[in-house]
Design a protein around this ligand. Structure first.
Ligand code: FE
Length: 133
């Protein structure tokens, strides 16, 4: 497999469903409360749906009520990148997969205070789940 960051637009369109392509490659957002992992609280790990990189673990997932999967933080290391996003008339911090550059969601400073205070608000479409065995 070529390095994910080298894939062409046509290759991404082949690898991803149209909905996944829209979120991961065009920084789209799935409609609130529609994602398959919004109300999903099994034990396991969440990988990037674009490249398979391990991004989040179920231990950091919580029910924020916002309509998207919410995590208090990513796995240790540099799995995700954060960057300032001024689109749609808002100042937000975008969260991307550091391996493939895919858009995952945004991070907001309104998470559980006792767990660091951050809410990583992530699209289900950007994730694949590996149940813990
Ligand atoms: Fe990725």
């Amino acid at each position: 497999m070529p390095e994910p960051k080298e894939l062409s637009d046509a290759e991404w369109r082949e690898r991803l469903s149209p909905d996944q392509y829209h979120v991961l490659r065009e920084a789209g957002t799935e409609r609130a409360f529609t994602g398959q992992y919004d109300k999903h609280f099994e034990q396991g790990a969440y990988r990037c749906a674009g490249c398979g990189e391990m991004l989040f673990e179920s231990d950091s997932k919580y029910n924020s009520g916002c309509g998207w999967p919410a995590f208090t933080g990513p796995v240790e290391g540099d799995a995700v990148e954060e960057r300032r996003d001024v689109s749609h008339g808002m100042i937000r911090t975008e969260v991307l997969c550091s391996k493939c550059g895919g858009h995952l969601g945004h991070v907001f400073p309104d998470g559980p205070p006792e767990q660091g205070g951050m809410r990583y608000c992530i699209n289900s479409l950007s994730l694949d789940f590996d149940p813990k065995d």
